[in-house]
Design a protein around this ligand. Structure first.
Ligand SMILES: Cc1ncc(COP(=O)(O)O)c(C=O)c1O
Length: 446
């Protein structure tokens, strides 16, 4: 399927300047954009309006999990749009019900709500926590430093990074931050008003930092002990990017399936079930493979807390969005793309680690798991082109752009690789070649 490459558009003149002008005159400049005007894509490649080709290892920041212009997504969009694009959530539709069932099947007993974005999915979980603690006057949600949970007012209050809050104070009340992967700090931070803890399984915007198994299991125990809800933001790290549907399933997989002594029957051993479940999970990004859709799943004991009239979204879970999301899941499963993310991701990480060893004045280390990878640059790399006052990550990403590779910066020094789950070995090698030659040419100058 990936071999089907759409023919290039008839456009032959370079629209760069005219598109830039449309933006500078008409689009609110809230994004720091790279100087690229993109025109179309095919598989793991994107093309700019001048016809230059880029290998896309950013996938729209972990969104285009099947790459660009995937025929199965196009077909699902066309077929469903011929039947029904939208109806109000005042009515039932089959695709929404089927998608909810598919998500529940992959996570555990519970129910789902559909939204349009990651921020909106998180908002729903925040409301669930408020509802849960309301009678006792508990409302406070703890989130991690360096976390990212979206750009709405509650999203920036929840995000553990000052840069997203600056200029928008006062913050929505009810959020405090705790150091990530520090269980004792979480315990010490609890107050009588605390009702929930939310973390990412792998921090994305914060620079690709996975939670440790001990932290996840410890938070579960702490939340059970103190009657708190445990939420996981799976917006970026979810949907098979880690090699399993949700990142916690990957992080905790080593214990799962292990045979241990059965306390009830002497001499018998039993298999450890995958016991860990959070109480809520937010999803978006790859869920629709590029078509906007968000969702949150709520564990069975709390699944009916948001009763009729308590939460809603006009566009949440339209037949069109759900039909596409169902197709994306089907392709991932049929083509076992989670195995590709796991195996090729492991290979890529090892190669980045090798680069960190051979070019220690440029790369400090590699990070992540599956297809949620990153490498950290050494601070103050000599002769890195670009404005020295600007973050190194942006300057490095610009260098890669010149060489025909798209990656995503995170913070000042981390470069993220969030490729489509169907990236091919040859494409991964081509991406590595570009990174390697860029790093080596910098290394020679340092
Ligand atoms: C972990 C995480 N949560 C939430 C969001 C917000 O998602 P959206 O931009 O779809 O609102 C993002 C976006 O990058 C994210 O990475």
């Amino acid at each position: 399927m990936k071999e089907i490459v759409p023919s290039p558009p008839p456009l032959v003149h370079n629209q760069f300047e005219s598109v830039r002008e449309l933006f500078s005159k008409n689009v609110i400049p809230s994004y720091g954009r790279f100087e690229l005007v993109l025109s179309h894509g095919a598989g793991s490649y994107l093309f700019d309006v001048a016809g230059k080709r880029y290998l896309d290892l950013g996938a729209g920041i972990a969104v285009c999990c099947l790459g660009h212009a995937h025929p199965a997504i196009t077909e699902a969009l066309v077929e469903q749009s011929k039947k029904l694009i939208h109806v109000s959530n005042l009515y039932f539709t089959e695709p929404q019900g089927r998608l909810a069932a598919e998500l529940v099947k992959r996570i555990g007993p519970g129910k789902c709500f559909f939204a349009n974005s990651g921020a909106e999915a998180n908002e729903g979980l925040f409301k669930l926590a408020r509802k849960f603690g309301h009678a006792e006057g508990r409302f406070e949600i703890l989130t991690a430093t360096n976390s990212f949970h979206g750009r709405t007012m509650a999203g920036i209050a929840a995000t553990g990074q000052d840069k997203v809050k600056k200029g928008f104070e006062p913050m929505t009340p009810g959020f405090r931050h705790i150091p990530f992967n520090d269980l004792e700090a979480a315990r010490a931070a609890l107050s009588p008003a605390t009702v929930a803890i939310m973390i990412e399984g792998v921090q994305g915007e914060g620079g690709i930092t996975p939670a440790t198994p001990e932290y996840l299991l410890g938070l579960r125990t702490l939340c059970d002990e103190k009657k708190l809800l445990l939420f996981m933001d799976g917006v970026q790290c979810g949907h098979y990017r880690s090699g399993k549907f949700q990142s916690f399933q990957r992080i905790l997989e080593k214990g799962e399936g292990r045979r241990v002594a059965d306390p009830n029957i002497q001499g018998q051993r039993h298999v450890v079930p995958p016991e860990f479940l959070p109480d809520g999970i937010s999803m978006a990004k790859s869920l629709g493979g590029g078509f906007p859709i968000g969702a949150f799943w709520v564990r069975a004991p709390y699944q009916d807390l948001l009763g009729p009239g308590t939460h809603a979204s006009t566009f949440g879970g339209t037949p069109l969005a759900c039909a596409v999301a169902l197709k994306v899941l089907e392709v991932i499963e049929q083509e076992r793309l989670y195995e590709n993310a796991r195996k090729l991701g492991e290979w890529f990480k090892q190669q980045l680690e090798r680069l960190a060893i051979t070019c220690p004045r440029v790369i400090k280390c590699s990070r992540g798991l599956g297809f949620m990878l990153g490498f950290e640059l050494v601070p103050d790399i000599a002769r890195l082109p670009g404005n020295p006052a600007g973050p190194q990550s942006l300057r490095f990403v610009n260098l890669l752009h010149e060489a025909g590779l798209l990656t995503i910066p995170a913070g000042a020094n981390v470069i993220r690789l969030l490729p489509p789950l169907n990236l091919q070995r040859g494409e991964a090698e081509a991406g590595l070649d570009i990174i390697e030659s860029t790093v080596k040419s910098l290394y020679r100058q340092t």
